[in-house]
Design a binder for this molecule. Structure first.
Ligand code: 4NP
Length: 159
């Protein structure tokens, strides 16, 4: 099994969107027996909450469902997850701090932007204080990045 975790600050906007898109792609590819996916936040601002209504609206508009409930990243995640994708530099810095204080970690910790189209979108911008179009912009960044991530995982693990 290959375990993939998407991480942002609140776990209600970006990372649950990435998780839902990625899960949709994994399911479409028939790889649910080989790959698991989840998301979490570096903060504990919204424990147990559904994704932000705007994340749900954008996902629904693209035919993708989510039932994720927000949770904070916890130390055992670094033992379980093979790939941990941070949405922005702040998330990456926060994760690196926990990661280093918790050996042995097996996770490959990376920026989601590493899988963006031109490799230029280092950060997936936080849409929380924006409007629905900012959430759609996030979707447009995440959808191809999730596809690239899945292709990379399939190549690395010969799936
Ligand atoms: P996310 O967005 O990190 O993409 O889930 C945010 C959600 C909530 C807050 C900040 C960012 N907040 O400050 O509550």
């Amino acid at each position: 099994m290959i375990h993939v975790l998407f991480v942002c600050l609140g776990n209600i906007c970006r990372s649950p969107m990435a998780e839902a898109i990625f899960g949709h792609l994994v399911t479409q590819a028939g790889l649910e027996q080989q790959i698991t996916w989840d998301s979490a936040g570096t903060s504990n601002y919204h424990p147990g909450k559904l994704p932000d209504i705007r994340t749900r609206q954008v996902l629904e508009a693209h035919g993708i469902r989510t039932q994720h409930l927000a949770r904070q990243v916890r130390n055992p995640d670094f033992e379980k997850y093979d790939y941990v994708l941070a949405m922005d530099q702040h998330n990456l810095r926060d994760l690196t701090r926990v990661f280093q204080s918790h050996p042995p970690a097996r996770s490959k910790l990376e920026l989601m932007g590493a899988y963006c189209e031109d490799g230029l979108c280092a950060d997936v911008p936080d849409p929380y204080y924006g409007d629905l179009s900012d959430f759609e912009d996030v979707y447009q960044m995440l959808a191809p990045a999730c596809q690239r991530l899945l292709t990379t995982i399939c190549t690395e693990h010969r799936l």
